[in-house]
Design a protein around this ligand. Structure first.
Ligand code: BGC
Length: 887
């Protein structure tokens, strides 16, 4: 049943990917800043991207021409009033706007014409983007809040009314918030974002969100309502990371401009001011970390509509702007992405009722019930059950330090008004859970229909699919994606329950898994800006980003904070876009220079090491030096890409020095071993390129022997876990890698699956007493490896963004069929193989405007055949679909 479900979900995900129809050459998939027709941009040089819809073999773009202007009809006729390139002989599918200065609030239209392989020209449909504020001084509103202090619990409402005398042509709402918000016009919630705006260092960067509200504005009188939540800005709950002591901490505040353009060409701005009115809402407590409490007796029906009587409300209170950098939020927002009905309901002897969603998620529940006025209902969310059937929080509440019993962990508290059927769903909190235990102060009647789960996460479009003949592998893929998404909320997190922290180490381990499976660039670009906000002048980064100050003193060695180098590099590999390299280059160099200052020998012991290992512990110096080496290597490569020859030489030299120091100390040339020869000690240097060429084969053989001696089971923590599968499959031992990957006994990913996991865990040992969150992504690189190690789909550093696709499939024993598909910037790549008796059928799709280099894993005199002809060596193909037989 679960397998069937997985396959259905896989199909569903993939049907949303861009597919290529048979019509030759049409530029499609036009996006600006990686979003479709975005509004509210602040980047005055937005990136315009497209792809070719051309399924013919050899399809490519020989030239392109871009047109941008404010008149869509003109643009569609091939006139770019603001920017028109010449016909550029290039295969590029990204053009960075560099026409006339883009104006605030203006909508621009664009299209691209392309010339195909035969020189035939074709035009895209017209796409658009709209600029936002551009400058902070363009805001008209006043930052406002109510007059309450940081410890006051109820969430505040704000409202105003205004009249429109003329016919509205268009209207845009701009809302900048420190904290969280929901915006309403005439009683209707605007947009479907959740937990907006995304978490940033609020005193360094404050995000605003733009909505098209043209349809919401009525002729005559209108009402605007804003509800504010605390989020990370006013962390009232107490836990070990001291967010309650954040220097920025304050009562939430917002600034709002509604720009209305009338049919007659005039416009006006409705703005936040001290004339707005405020009152407490029925949300009596809201904590991003713990839960939300709602007292329906305090409802104020119609509070956000015109006819509401607000005479008892107080005037709003002006506040200073929270940061000097109020800037556009440009990413896929958090949403309630999946609705998950409760699967079962279990009534316990003491009257508690436990709902089971059947899978572990991040998000919230919606609860519907009828009961007496004043009935207090508690909804306790957790990942596992105790033997007695109650929800058990002991694996996730250990870092929580409550000062009283009023803010219980992951427990929503809903007090009924007694007025018929009532529904509650938190607005400003999310949790990690599978089970919900409901207790009530008065008798209530419940059925499975009373509770529905919502899987919330950054709503990044799916970009990949894996399917194989091994159900365990399919389940691992599914669980890995669930944990990846559960840990994506505008920044990557470690877990959705215990911490919700932007742990750097977990994030760089999971980045490739994320990028093969989801179109995540917008979230990572935002998170790298968070890095720049947090970096100290000397280059140091904190272990969690964003932070309230915690993490500069612990856990922030290169094995974790290498995010600053690794994530830009991964994004560059997957998108071929150099912007993220340019934006972060100075920060990367400042970071590696700092490590060089601290550790002039080239060896560094700064870090946490191979976190949560199975049993063996590798020296921190081995893993941290490997990450330091990786960062310096990346710095050198980026310097080269950006044309900085002097830096390139400098970082190549530094990388060589680190490599030499590392091998001098740890490589035993006689035995061909590193240190004690543990899995991590061998896998990490292999994976990160520290092994001298002459020793690669020997070290790989040692690693394969080591794994065999460990009975083909893992003996790694998270850093070894990142490296081991690729270290084996890239160095001649894909079969050994697959044995580990498909293992079903402890310790292995499959062991979790056999035990019913729908997400990845924090610990190999499912009975561990600590470090046992059931939704961590830090062992999740297997998700990337399924693409790179079995399907063999890899980006090519020389032509990144899959301009050239490296295909190195591995037809590993134990698998009969394997298919992976990845939606690259150019279109869908497919690598699919199936056994047919002694032969293997191998099908590939190489998107238009790209090429591929295929290495067939042939042995025993077998050959790869295409269209009746034997092919050999590294086989180059142009775009198109190909069916090979290996026999
Ligand atoms: C987090 C990890 C993190 C680690 C660092 C844990 O509490 O949940 O995922 O990387 O601390 O030590």
């Amino acid at each position: 049943m679960r397998l069937l479900q997985n396959i259905l979900i896989g199909t569903f995900l993939f049907s949303t990917l861009n597919t290529q129809a048979a019509t030759p050459t049409k530029p499609i998939g036009l996006r600006t800043e990686y979003l479709e027709n975005p509004i509210g941009l602040d980047n005055t040089h937005p990136r315009l991207t497209w792809m070719l819809n051309d399924a013919r073999r050899g399809a490519k773009q020989t030239a392109y021409q871009v047109f941008v202007g404010t008149d869509s009809a003109e643009v569609s006729r091939g006139k770019g009033g603001d920017w028109a390139t010449t016909k550029i002989a290039s295969a590029n599918i990204l053009a960075t706007y560099s026409g006339r200065a883009l104006q605030p609030f203006k909508k621009y239209y664009w299209k691209v014409d392309v010339w195909d392989k035969d020189g035939q020209r074709s035009a895209s449909a017209v796409s658009s983007f709209e600029m936002g504020m551009l400058k902070m001084t363009n805001w008209k509103g006043t930052w406002i809040s109510d007059e309450q202090g940081v410890n006051v619990k109820p969430a505040p409402y704000f409202r105003t009314t205004f009249g429109t005398g003329k016919k509205v042509k268009s209207a845009r709402a701009y809302i900048a918030v420190a904290g969280l918000y929901e915006l309403y016009i005439n009683g209707e919630k605007i947009g479907n974002h959740r937990l907006d705006p995304m978490y940033t260092r609020f005193d360094r960067r404050t995000l605003y969100v733009t909505y098209d509200v043209t349809k919401n504005i009525m002729a005559g009188k209108n009402a605007i309502g804003v509800l504010l939540g605390n989020g990370w800005y006013n962390h009232q709950s107490t836990a070990v990371w001291d967010f309650d002591k954040a220097s920025w901490r304050n009562r939430p505040t917002f600034c709002f401009d509604l720009r209305i353009t009338y049919e007659d060409g005039t416009f006006e701005t409705v703005r936040s001011s001290e004339q707005w009115k405020t009152s407490f809402s029925p949300i009596t407590l809201n904590s991003i970390y713990t839960a939300e409490h709602y007292d329906a007796r305090l409802d104020q029906p119609g509070w956000n509509t015109i006819n509401f009587d607000d005479t008892k409300w107080k005037p709003a209170f002006a506040r200073p702007v929270p940061s000097q950098n109020v800037t556009a939020q440009v990413l896929h927002p958090v949403r309630n992405v999946e609705e998950i009905p409760a699967k079962t309901i279990n009534k316990l002897e003491d009257g508690a009722v436990v709902f089971d969603l059947g899978r572990n998620i991040s998000g919230v529940t919606k609860f519907t019930v009828k009961g007496k006025e004043g009935t207090v209902i508690r909804l306790k969310h957790g990942e596992r059950l105790s033997k007695n059937g109650h929800v058990d929080l002991s694996n996730i509440d250990l870092h929580y330090r409550p000062t009283d019993d009023k803010d219980p962990f992951q427990v929503d508290i809903f007090t009924l008004s007694g007025k018929g059927e009532e529904t509650f769903m938190p607005k400003f909190n999310y949790k990690g859970f599978q089970y919900v235990e409901v207790t009530s102060s008065e008798p209530i009647e419940l059925s499975t229909k009373s509770l529905t789960g919502y899987f919330m996460h950054s709503d990044v479009p799916p970009a990949g699919k894996v399917n194989s003949s091994n159900p365990t592998i399919n389940n691992i893929w599914y669980a890995t994606n669930n944990s990846y998404l559960s840990n994506l909320f505008g920044y990557p997190t470690d877990c959705p329950q215990r911490e919700k922290n932007g742990w750097t180490g977990d994030a760089h381990i999971a980045a490739e898994t994320g990028l093969y499976n989801f179109d995540g660039i917008t979230v990572y670009e935002k998170w790298l800006a968070d890095h720049r906000d947090e970096q100290q002048p000397n280059g140091t980064l904190p272990s969690i980003i964003p932070t309230a100050g915690w993490g500069y003193e612990w856990g922030n060695g290169p094995d974790w904070t290498s995010t600053i180098a690794i994530i830009p590099w991964d994004i560059y590999m997957f998108y071929g876009d150099t912007k993220i390299l340019k934006d972060n280059y100075e920060n990367i160099t400042r970071y590696v220079n700092h490590i060089n200052d601290l550790y002039p020998t080239g060896l560094t012991t700064w870090g946490l090491g191979d976190w949560v290992p199975v049993k063996s512990v590798s020296p921190v110096e081995v893993t941290s030096t490997a990450y330091y080496f990786a960062d310096v290597t990346i710095a050198g490569k980026i310097a080269g890409i950006l044309g900085n020859k002097a830096d390139q030489q400098k970082y190549i030299a530094l990388a060589n020095k680190i490599k030499k120091a590392f091998n001098d100390k740890y490589l035993n040339e006689q035995t061909g071993n590193y240190n004690k020869g543990l899995q991590t000690e061998l896998a990490v240097p292999l994976y990160w390129g520290l092994v001298p060429d002459a020793f690669r084969a020997k070290i790989a053989a040692r690693l394969a022997e080591r794994v065999k001696a460990d009975n083909y089971h893992l003996d790694v923590g998270i850093l070894g876990g990142k490296a081991i599968l690729g270290a084996l499959s890239d160095n001649g031992y894909p079969d050994v890698a697959y044995k580990i990957a498909s293992q079903e006994t402890y310790p292995s990913w499959g062991w979790w699956m056999v035990n019913g996991a729908t997400t990845l865990y924090e610990n190999w040992n499912i009975d561990a007493k600590h470090d046992i969150s059931l939704n961590h992504i830090m062992f999740g690189n297997i998700g990337a490896w399924l693409y790179s190690g079995i399907a063999g789909i890899k980006p090519d550093e020389r032509q990144p963004g899959f301009k050239n696709v490296i295909l190195q499939p591995n037809f590993v024993p134990g698998l009969d069929q394997f298919t992976a598909e990845h939606a690259s910037p150019y279109g869908k790549i497919v690598s699919s193989w199936k056994r047919n008796g002694d032969a293997v059928e191998y099908s590939v799709t190489v998107p238009a405007n790209t090429s591929a280099e295929i290495t067939f894993p042939v042995s025993g005199g077998k050959k790869a055949w295409l269209d009746g002809k034997a092919v050999s060596g590294i086989y180059h193909v142009a775009a198109g679909s190909y069916q090979f037989t290996i026999k």
